[in-house]
Design a protein around this ligand. Structure first.
Ligand code: NDP
Ligand code: ISN
Length: 309
C-alpha cells in the first residue's frame, strides 16, 4: 500500500503569488452544507476555496472564512464573473466582495466565454421567447477580458483568468495588447477529458491550469471505472484519491467538491503517482477512442467547445 500525504503542494502564478494545488469546489451545495464544508476544509488544511457568483453561495463562504479564524492572506479565494455581468464588471466584483466579506479576492475568472443579456428575463440564465439562451452574440469574451484587467490595479483581485476556453480562444486572448496577463485557466479535466493539448498549450503560456469536475461531478461514472480502479488497487487507495493525485502529477490545480467531512479529509490525502500510471491516465480516453464532458451547457448558436482543440 502506498503512503498518502497531505496535498500541501503549491504553484507559482505569473503574478508571483502562490496558489495551493488543491482547492475545495463549492458548486451544488446548500448554504448550510457549503458553510460547514468550507469550515471543515479549512480545519483539515485546505487553503483554497473556489466559488462563483452563479453558485449563489458567496455569503455562506464568506461567513465560514471569517469564522475559521485563519488569517485572510493564508486563504486563496477565487470567484467568477457571471455571463450576465459582463457589462458592469466593477459592480459585479464589488457585489461578490461584499457577500464574501473580503477586501479582495485572489483570483477573478470569467466563468464562461459567453455574454448573456444583463437586462434579460432571469438574473443568471436569461432566455429569449423561443426558450433559447439570451446571448449577446456581438460581445466577445475578449472584450470582457479587457474590462476586467483594471480590477487588478484597483485592488479588487490579485489575478485574473478565464474558464471554459479552448486553445483557439486563448490564442484570441494573446492577440490582444494585454495589460494584465491571464494567470489561470479553469476547465473540465479528468481521465475521460484530459485535454492534453490544451493543458500543454496553456502551461507553455505560463498559465496555471485548474481541473474542475475532477471526480466526474455528481453521479460520476469515472468513480466506477474498472481500469482506474485497478490503479487505485495497486496503491491501496480510492479512485477519487488516484484522480486527485493524477491532477497533481500533471501539475494542475484540482478543485474537488465535497460536503462530507470524511471525503473532504480523504480528498486532501494524495499519493505520488508513478510516471507510467500518470501517462496511462493521460492516454486512457484516446486509447478508448472517446471523451466525455460532464459540464456542457447549451450556448447555441455559440460554439464554446470546439472539438478540434
Ligand atoms: N468553471 C466552471 O465552469 C466550473 C467550475 N467548477 C468548480 O469545480 C468544482 C468541482 O467540480 P464538481 O462538478 O462539483 O464535481 P467533482 O468532480 O468535484 O465531484 C463532486 C461530486 O463527487 C462527490 N465526491 C466528492 N469526493 C468524493 C469521494 N472521495 N468519493 C466519492 N464521491 C466523492 C461529491 O459528493 P458529496 O459532496 O456528497 O461528497 C459530488 O457529488 C465545483 O464545485 C466548482 O467549484 C465545476 C464545474 C464548472
Ligand atoms: O460551475 C458550473 N457548474 C456547471 C454545471 C452545469 C452547467 C454550468 C455549470 C457551471 O458554470
Amino acid at each position: 500500500m502506498a503512503k498518502t500525504h497531505k496535498a500541501t503542494k503549491t504553484y507559482q502564478l505569473i503574478t508571483g503569488e502562490k496558489i495551493p494545488a488543491i482547492g475545495l469546489g463549492t458548486w451544488q451545495a446548500t448554504d448550510e452544507e457549503v458553510y460547514n464544508s468550507v469550515l471543515y476544509a479549512l480545519k483539515t488544511g485546505y487553503r483554497h476555496i473556489d466559488t462563483a457568483t452563479a453558485y449563489g453561495n458567496e455569503e455562506p463562504i464568506g461567513r465560514a472564512i471569517n469564522d475559521s479564524g485563519i488569517a485572510r492572506e493564508e486563504i486563496y479565494v477565487t470567484t467568477k464573473l457571471s455571463p450576465t455581468e459582463h457589462n458592469d464588471v466593477e459592480k459585479a466584483i464589488k457585489t461578490s466582495l461584499k457577500k464574501l466579506q473580503l477586501d479582495y479576492v485572489d483570483l477573478y475568472l470569467i466563468h464562461w466565454p459567453v455574454t448573456l443579456n444583463p437586462n434579460g428575463n432571469h438574473p443568471v440564465v436569461p432566455t429569449k421567447p423561443d426558450g433559447s439562451r439570451d446571448i449577446l452574440l456581438d460581445w466577445p469574451f475578449t472584450k470582457t477580458y479587457q474590462l476586467i484587467e483594471p480590477l487588478v490595479e484597483k485592488g479588487y483581485t490579485k489575478a485574473i483568468g478565464v474558464c471554459n476556453t479552448t486553445i483557439s480562444k486563448l490564442e484570441q486572448l494573446f492577440q490582444l495588447d494585454l495589460k494584465v496577463k491571464p494567470a489561470v485557466l479553469q476547465v473540465e479535466l479528468h481521465p475521460y477529458l484530459p485535454q492534453n493539448k490544451l493543458v500543454k498549450y496553456a502551461q507553455s503560456r505560463n498559465l496555471v491550469v485548474e481541473a474542475y469536475s475532477p471526480l466526474g461531478s455528481a453521479n460520476s461514472t469515472l468513480l466506477k471505472d474498472a481500469e482506474i480502479q485497478a490503479i487505485a488497487y495497486k496503491y491501496g487507495v480510492s479512485i477519487a484519491t488516484i484522480l486527485i493525485s493524477w491532477a497533481l502529477w500533471r501539475n494542475t490545480v484540482v478543485l474537488a467538491k465535497s460536503v462530507k467531512p470524511s471525503r473532504i479529509e480523504s480528498n486532501y490525502e494524495v499519493v505520488d503517482l508513478k510516471n507510467e500510471d500518470g501517462v496511462f491516465l493521460n492516454e486512457l480516453a484516446e486509447r478508448r477512442g472517446n471523451t466525455r464532458r460532464f459540464v456542457d451547457p447549451n450556448w447555441d448558436p455559440l460554439v464554446v467547445f470546439d472539438s478540434s482543440d
